[in-house]
Design a binder for this molecule. Structure first.
Ligand code: HEC
Ligand code: HEC
Length: 299
């Protein structure tokens, strides 16, 4: 019986080291391959790659950018996104760097209450500290808008914030994932763009009954996506995925929204292309394609 606790103890030792290594070491780390620049312009790029604008702006009703108020319909009820401008009263102007990192990494507000995973922190948790701090620098360079948050309109028990720590215990694995040294840098960059920043799995993976991403069906498509839309699979599966797409097909879609059949993607993906993937560098779009093509096929 001695070997089991020993192995567990070794794993407990290695895990924090691996996580720390993923965030801290220098060199050609996936997260460091963003275009160089000062923190605010780096943060602007991360803001686009992570697609923050759409959810946090009530464009339809003429709301100011980042002032929140957009209604997000989900199977659990309707969320109203909060104001994330630097306004000190109604926005996040009083948040410290540590507050900001904790919200993304652990899904906690400054007052310690848990955040709903409709804010896709189960993906953003993989962002590095540097990317998060640059993102904050960018947000704090934007105009402050006074706009109070609207309460969510959720069905119990999903409205009960105090139950969220259970959800987090089940579905949140905090911290960056270290680069895989056996894989090329572009693959690691692609994985970071897909899993951490682009949070593609939040829409393209189906959800469990408790609203977690179903890890066993990673990127295999989601019958019940945002606004009740069906979201196609983007694994290498030929029938329900993108197995028969070329790299060029994929990067063209990410740049322009055009599919190989000549359609234009609409709805939620139209917004992803407009606000996010069309604004990436060609290298980053190629990295997404390089990574997606290696995701095991799921029909
Ligand atoms: C899919 C929609 C969606 C996306 C994308 C999204 N958010 Fe949010 N965000 C939400 C929702 C919904 C909440 C409210 C969660 C809650 O009330 O617990 C939220 C909460 C937050 C909060 C906490 C604010 C507060 O006052 O408690 C911050 C900060 C935040 N988001 C910043 C961002 C940034 C920066 C990005 C891009 C990296 C982003 N969000 C992307 C939906 C989204
Ligand atoms: C907010 C939800 C959402 C997010 C986030 C999202 N997608 Fe999509 N995606 C969709 C929907 C919905 C469609 C179907 C659009 C249509 O058919 O008009 C789609 C379609 C696609 C397609 C076309 C597949 C096909 O068979 O036609 C690809 C490729 C794709 N997404 C890749 C990505 C990548 C890569 C990311 C992350 C960078 C991503 N998506 C993030 C919702 C999303």
């Amino acid at each position: 019986m001695r070997r089991v606790p020993t192995a567990a103890a070794v794993a407990a030792w290695l895990l924090p080291l691996a996580v720390a290594g993923g965030g801290a070491a220098g060199g050609a780390l996936a997260a460091d391959m963003a275009p160089a620049g000062d923190p605010v312009s780096r943060g602007a790029y991360i803001f686009q790659a992570a697609g923050c604008l759409g959810c946090h702006s009530n464009e339809k009703e003429g709301g100011a950018p980042l002032a929140g108020g957009r209604a997000l319909a989900t199977p659990f009820g309707t969320f109203h996104t909060p104001n994330i401008t630097p306004d000190p009263e109604t926005g996040i102007g009083r948040w410290s760097d540590a507050d900001f990192i904790r919200a993304f990494r652990e899904g906690l507000r400054p007052d310690g209450a848990a955040l709903f995973p409709a804010f896709p922190y189960a993906s953003y948790t993989r962002m590095t500290d540097r990317d998060l701090l640059d993102l904050k620098a960018y947000l704090f360079s934007q105009p402050a808008v006074a706009a109070p948050n609207k309460p969510h309109d959720l069905t119990p028990p999903f409205s009960w914030r105090f139950l969220l720590p259970v959800w987090q215990w089940m579905y949140l694995t905090p911290g960056p994932v270290p680069d895989d040294p056996a894989k090329p840098p572009a693959w690691n960059r692609g994985r970071y763009l897909v899993d951490a920043l682009g949070h593609c799995g939040e829409c393209h993976s189906p959800r469990t009954l408790m609203g977690g991403m179903d890890a066993g069906r990673y990127l295999a498509g989601n019958p019940d996506g945002p606004d009740g839309d069906k979201v196609p699979g983007i694994t290498g599966a030929e029938s329900k995925g993108i197995g028969d797409w070329s790299d060029g097909d994929l990067t063209l879609l990410l740049e322009t929204g055009l599919t190989p059949e000549g359609d234009v993607v609409g709805g939620a993906m139209g917004e992803v292309v407009r606000n996010s993937t069309s604004k990436l560098t060609a290298d980053d779009r190629a990295a997404i394609a390089a990574y997606l093509r290696t995701v095991p096929a799921k029909d």
